[in-house]
Design a binder for this molecule. Sequence first.
Ligand SMILES: Cc1cc2nc3c(=O)[nH]c(=O)nc-3n(C[C@H](O)[C@H](O)[C@H](O)COP(=O)(O)O)c2cc1C
Length: 350
Amino acid sequence: MSYRLIRPLFFALDAERAHNLSIALLRMMPTPAPLQADPMLAQTVAGIAFPNPVGLAAGYDKDGRVAHKMHGLGFGFAELGTLTPLAQPGNPQPRLFRLVEDKAVINRFGFNNGGQGAAADRIARYRRPVGEGPVIGINIGANKEATAAGRANADYATGVTCMAPLADYLTVNISSPNTPGLRALQGRAALDDLLGAVMAARPEGGPPIFLKVAPDLEPADIEDIAAACIDHRIDALIVSNTTITRPALQSVHAGETGGLSGAPLTDLSLGKLRDFRRLLGDRLPLIGVGGIANAEQAYARIRAGASLVQVYSALVYEGPYLARRINEGLKALMARDGVRHIGEVVGIDA
Ligand SMILES: Cc1cc2nc3c(=O)[nH]c(=O)nc-3n(C[C@H](O)[C@H](O)[C@H](O)COP(=O)(O)O)c2cc1C
């Protein structure tokens, strides 16, 4: 059935209920056969073979309930989480808002999740050895109390130890705006301590470590983060999380507190990706996320320096087959430009 017909039913529900319904529907879907690598789109990034460059961004499947089904919708990889060591309820509802006129979302979930232990048991049931199943990233964060008490680093180290055996890659998320104090970890001294703790916790032969940053960064922050990533041998940088800024918005929910994502984030995220690419060249793979809703935007992000892209908010507006459409569209754009493999255009417009 076309998503255009079902969308009004979802939009009639409160946004968090609609989200939970979509997860419930995916859980009922049989586990799909492995996705074949697409010869034009497949790439190896940070040592991982990605069948195509379009991934599911963190936050949709916080507890790892459906990450192993997303390749059935055309996603080349799925990032689950953010998971914290201990379960926590997150902020009071309502905490998720659709800004329909703006094709945007505001959320202030605050890392609601069932904790890493429960998720680890669940993921272990569907996890396949590297190369035999879907590419799964696990995004880790710190509990609210630990962050408030200045013990966030220990939580990240715990996350690495607990989740490394189950992940193709781990993402250190220091960029959610809904845990007070979390984004302060992006400062140079704090980041050095954090990344030191994370890399020390990574087991021998463990998965690559990615770092996910906010779009609300000054040029000096960007320089510090880039330098810290190189110093600590981070494997890839994800740019970006949601913004706490409010570009001109139409929707009645524009004034809600939280992180803004979707269409109003496109240019901001693209700009920050360019800034990182300018500093880093091809020394560190970049993953572009923020306001990507079609193949043209994905292609622009890749040409600006992203080896891979991720989407979340646009799924709300465009439906579950968005990844498949972006991949088809990417191939059409590449054929138009005489490009035979996606790797040829990474950073070509940087
Ligand atoms: C409802 C919602 C929840 C999110 N939760 C997380 C999260 O737990 N961890 C994280 O790293 N990013 C989270 N994000 C951020 C997304 O992964 C992504 O970086 C951001 O939304 C920009 O992409 P988009 O414009 O395609 O949505 C969340 C986004 C939304 C909309």
